[in-house]
Design a protein around this ligand. Structure first.
Ligand code: IYR
Length: 219
């Protein structure tokens, strides 16, 4: 591996603070959305968000992710039907009472109409290893952590261009491997419905934890 100089810009202190506040303000506006508009979203916006996500650091730089982007209506309908079948079973039988109560304030249920409304569904698959052409496999490291970071960048990149999404994890997710014909070394991690929020979209009045609640300092 060759190395090259890395000299990122270092803004002046005032400028750094202003930018830090601006980044927080932008990210703080983001909300998970369940009511989407069917307005089309150009493929290039999705491509660019995937590329932004793919800048994430990863274990041994293996970049162990595959983003599967779906706009084909028949496939979205199949994904909705399969997700709802699993979710119905979960909500009616698999979830514990404690879990159901934790979700109650969000008002979610097994029905996922947004899976057919959105112009795009992107499913993030984690590559547990890479199959080698000559047979055998190359190990991947910190796969879940790496994909989690990529997912965070993806969500931030979508938000930056006014697109909304939801980290949807229908469980179990195996049906996505089948419908999207993914190989055995890839496991579905998160499904992102993506589009503009509908004109009537509402989100629950949630509060975020404060800095004091989420941080501990040793100075
Ligand atoms: N996957 C289900 C249930 C669900 C679980 C959690 I944890 C949430 O934060 C929200 C929903 C669903 O999508 O409805």
């Amino acid at each position: 591996m060759s190395f090259s100089p890395y000299r990122p810009e270092r803004p002046a202190p005032e400028e750094s603070l202003a930018r830090a506040r601006a980044v927080l303000a932008r990210l703080d506006e983001r909300r998970s959305v369940r009511e989407f508009s069917s307005d089309p979203v150009p493929r290039e916006l999705i491509e660019l968000a995937i590329q932004a996500a793919s800048t994430a650091p990863s274990g041994a730089h293996m970049q162990p992710w595959t983003f599967v982007a779906v706009s084909a209506p028949e496939l979205k309908a199949k994904i909705r039907a399969a997700a709802e079948a699993e979710e119905k079973e979960s909500y009616e039988r698999r979830m514990s009472e404690e879990w159901r109560q934790a979700l109650a304030p969000l008002g979610t249920d097994w029905q996922k109409p947004y899976l057919e409304v959105v112009p795009w569904i992107v499913v993030l698959f984690a590559q547990r290893y890479a199959p080698l052409p000559e047979g055998g496999r190359r190990k991947h490291y910190y796969v879940t952590e790496s994909c989690g970071i990529a997912a965070g960048l993806f969500i931030a990149a979508l938000h930056e261009v006014g697109l909304a999404t939801l980290t949807h994890t229908p469980s179990p997710m195996r049906f996505l491997s089948e419908l999207l014909e993914r190989p055995a070394h890839e496991t579905p991690l998160i499904l992102f419905p993506i589009g503009y929020p509908s004109a009537e979209a509402e989100v629950p009045d949630l509060a975020r934890k404060t800095l004091e609640q989420v941080s501990v300092w040793h100075e």
